[in-house]
Design a protein around this ligand. Structure first.
Ligand code: KIV
Ligand code: ZN
Length: 547
């Protein structure tokens, strides 16, 4: 392939497809923190969002393009349906990035053509050529996706891909949108494209896939063997329904099994050159950040980033690992940055040491947020002797979560509970205009009482669908992290908080979720993949190219 980049490009879509996970919506500060960490992780391309969805989404993509899209940084990409308004908004949003990309897509399966787009194959072919050419008139780097490629007629798809490349697409993406393919089939699909699309040597082949059958990573690895050189994936595998192919699993499979994959990239078996540009030591930190900010917990047995992925419970395994870790371990925990949980600060540490360590961990807080986070750190240091990086991350991710959307802030929470007592909570909230509101409620337990009191104060109907607590670090003085998910009008909203007192953490997490619900209820962004395309002819510019 003339456009073979010589290694596998990692295209991260945590901020676009990942954010489409129910309840995972992120505010601007959170998106910026994740984008900055993705740049440190070394991904090649960040899909920062769907700019046409709402002014907030546009602004987030633009800010990421400004701050993370430096000349030596990743390509900043935005998603656009194959419609002129989407493409123009996308071009404007990614414009500040030194390296920018428009990713436009249209479905190619008959089932989508008939029931979603209500368009003929000829119409889809014409729209593809026209919209890719339009995108290419705005940026040099254009990616085109055949949505639902996994269920499309290959012969028709070859024609669409050929037209997209002819119109200027530099990457062609093959999504298994519904997670239906098996590895052998997906590999054949990529081989077929390589064999039957005459101009395929002018574009990078990319893959995108959902995990409905748990096969996304396996499908991608088969695609690499057949010529795919860009993998679209998310941190912790989050995304629509069962999620996307997980970045950490793909990167570590290509790292650990390098000698198996080397020949498929034309390298000697024993070449030690990395197959991706990812800095694997940043994986654990990135996983924790995404989990904290999206409120999507990582299952303990999840490969690479699950709490048990490097834990050796059974005596036989522990004994073997102590004698020689190769007996039961294929990855050294340090390779993914797991052992790197420094005891960094203590009671006497000052503000500048605190800020410096946060910066090393990848958090850059504005002055006011830094003051609040430092106050929380001091409070914690009074209760906990040693403050580790994990504790700092818990404090700061909460700070980032509260930024710019706090309608209510938690002023105080008091509970009384125990044997023979009716659990009672008294809560005081401060509103955005400074008023203080207090309510008390009884519940089946202290957390239930807290939630009841908060609901009386906020007066926004919701249903609590998830409440989970886990400890940030080991030890009796560890902080507890609480994640709460609320449902309102069928939409999920999550809240996350950490404190050494789990009732306080629960109250704060509930307030964070309520604030998101109130902000989200005001405007639901447009979903890129649901519904027909906007009417053709919506292009706001005169003189658009016709092909
Ligand atoms: O799953 C999918 O098909 C997508 C496309 C928009 C690439 O997310
Ligand atoms: Zn997708």
């Amino acid at each position: 392939m003339a456009r073979d980049p010589g290694r596998v490009l990692i295209f991260d879509t945590t901020l676009r497809d990942g954010e489409q996970s129910p309840g995972a919506s992120l505010n601007l500060e959170e998106k910026l923190a994740i984008a900055q960490q993705l740049a440190r992780l070394g991904v090649d391309i960040i899909e920062a969002g769907f700019p046409f969805a709402s002014p907030g989404d546009f602004n987030a993509v633009q800010r990421i393009a400004e701050t993370v899209g430096t000349a030596d940084g990743p390509v900043i990409c935005g998603l656009a349906r194959a419609a002129a308004g989407d493409i123009k908004a996308c071009a404007d949003a990614v414009a500040p990035a030194a390296n920018r990309r428009i990713h436009t897509f249209i479905a190619t399966s008959d089932i989508h053509l008939e029931h979603k787009l209500r368009k003929s194959r000829a119409e889809v072919l014409a729209i593809t050529a026209e919209m890719v050419a339009y995108a290419r008139s705005l940026v040099d780097d254009v990616e085109f996706s055949c949505e639902d490629a996994g269920r499309s007629d290959p012969a028709f798809m070859y024609q669409v891909i050929e037209a997209a490349i002819k119109a200027g697409a530099t990457t062609v993406n093959i999504p298994d949108t519904v997670g239906y393919a098996t590895p052998a089939e997906f590999g054949e699909l990529i081989a077929g494209i390589n064999a039957h699309v005459p101009n395929i040597d002018q574009a990078v082949i990319s893959v995108h896939g959902h995990n409905d059958l748990g096969l996304a990573v396996a499908n991608f690895l088969e695609a690499v063997k057949n010529g795919a050189r860009q993998l679209e994936c998310t941190i912790n595998g989050i995304g629509e329904r069962a999620g996307n192919a997980s970045l950490e699993e793909l990167v570590m499979a290509l790292h650990v099994r390098r000698s198996y994959y080397n020949p498929f990239l034309g390298r000697p078996v024993d070449s030690s050159e990395p197959l991706t540009g990812v800095r694997t030591e940043e994986i654990t930190k990135t996983s924790r950040l995404v989990s904290n900010l999206t409120g999507m917990a990582v299952q303990p047995n999840k490969a690479i980033v699950g709490a048990n992925a490097f834990a050796h419970e059974s005596g036989i395994h522990q004994d073997g690992v102590l004698k020689n870790r190769l007996t039961y371990e294929i990855i050294d925990a340090r390779t993914v940055g797991l052992a790197d949980n420094r005891i960094s600060l203590g009671k006497l540490s000052g503000r500048s040491a605190f800020r410096a360590r946060l910066e090393e961990l990848g958090y850059q807080l504005e002055r006011e947020d830094l003051d609040d986070a430092f106050a929380r750190f001091k409070e914690l240091a009074d209760r906990k002797r040693e403050i580790s990086d994990r504790d700092l991350e818990a404090i700061v991710s909460e700070q980032v979560q509260q930024a710019d959307e706090a309608r209510f802030s938690l002023k105080s929470v008091q509970v009384s509970c125990g044997t023979g007592l009716q659990p009672t909570a008294t809560i005081t909230l401060t509103t955005a205009d400074g008023a203080e509101l207090t309510e008390a409620a009884i519940g089946t337990g202290p957390v239930d009482a807290v939630c009841q009191a908060l609901n009386r104060l906020a007066q926004v109907p919701n249903e609590l669908v998830e409440f989970s607590v886990k400890s940030v670090t080991e030890g009796i003085d560890a902080m507890g992290e609480v994640t709460i998910r609320l449902r309102a009008d069928g939409v999920l909203y999550s809240g996350h908080a950490a404190d050494t007192d789990i009732v306080v953490a629960a109250a704060q997490a509930f307030v964070n979720a309520l604030n998101r619900l109130i902000a989200g209820g005001r405007s639901q962004p447009l979903h890129p993949q649901k519904g027909p395309l906007p009417v053709v002819g919506d292009l706001p510019l005169a003189g658009r190219p016709r092909v």
